[in-house]
Design a protein around this ligand. Structure first.
Ligand code: URA
Length: 258
């Protein structure tokens, strides 16, 4: 494979890097064909060609600027669109892209090799589980995090003791925290014992849910984010991620603007 371009002369890939020769399975993943694992399966099944020749060898490299890659005869090229994914964050994982200790971090769970420049949109506490978004698109991140646009986020909180009706009412109306009063929230019971409570907020302050329940004297034992705007975790298991479709990203943008 000839390689006529020096690194500095290579074009940017729109994901914070330059387009350089890479392993075929990485190319296929970045082109959005399948996950890296799924791309390897496509290769070993003999469905992938490079310049018209079937390639099954998993170590093979391609130069996206020179080589023509096809799957089942259909040519694929690198997506230069920004990428947004959702992760089902497990408990015990810190929301950071840079390790500060030997504790597990979300960067270990998302495909930073395939999508350089991924960053978390907001954060969840280490012990909180559930839906966490990541994107390579800074503009989308700013839109979703801007206090003026805060989209609704729904959490399931397991509480130390049953939540009194009066406390639920106070949470709905807004409680006063040390950084000011909270905006109206939706609060409903999710079990008969009233120890599992669903709460929807339209703002996102530090430890907000836990502080709100503390304020009514009923501490949170565990917390799970079920949804972010129009997006729900669905069947994603803890530790799994998936890429959002264009239509899901459009829906997110609309939710932020509404
Ligand atoms: N509120 C919290 O207290 N913790 C989270 O992780 C998210 C919202």
């Amino acid at each position: 494979m000839s390689n006529p371009l020096a690194f500095e002369d290579r074009p940017e890939d729109g994901l914070g890097g330059r387009i350089v020769p890479m392993r075929l399975q990485k190319f296929l993943a970045r082109a959005g064909v399948a996950s890296r694992r799924g791309s390897e399966d496509l290769m070993t099944a003999g469905r992938v060609t490079v310049n018209g020749v079937v390639v099954t060898e998993l170590g093979s490299k391609v130069d996206p600027l020179v080589d023509e890659v096809a799957v089942d005869g259909k040519v694929v090229s690198l997506a230069d669109e920004p990428v947004t994914i959702m992760l089902h964050k497990p408990a015990g994982v810190i929301t950071t892209m840079k390790a500060q200790s030997d504790k597990p971090i979300v960067a270990d769970l998302v495909p930073t090799d395939d999508f350089p420049g991924l960053f978390p949109i907001g954060r969840l506490d280490a012990d909180t589980t559930g839906l966490l978004l990541f994107s390579t698109n800074g503009e989308l991140g700013n839109l979703l995090l801007h206090p003026r646009h805060h989209v609704a986020k729904t959490y399931l909180a397991r509480l130390k003791k049953p939540l009194e009706d009066e406390s639920a009412q106070r949470l709905r109306a807004g409680v006063t925290l040390d950084d000011g009063p909270t905006q109206p929230a939706d609060v409903s019971y999710a079990d008969k014992a009233r120890k599992l409570v669903r709460i929807t907020l339209r703002e996102g302050r530090y430890h907000q849910v836990k502080r709100m329940f503390d304020a009514v004297g009923d501490p949170v034992v565990s917390l799970h984010r079920e949804s972010f705007g129009p997006l729900r975790l669905g069947k994603l298991k803890p530790g799994e991620w998936r890429q959002l479709t264009d239509s899901e990203v459009d829906k997110l943008r609309r939710a932020a603007r509404s």
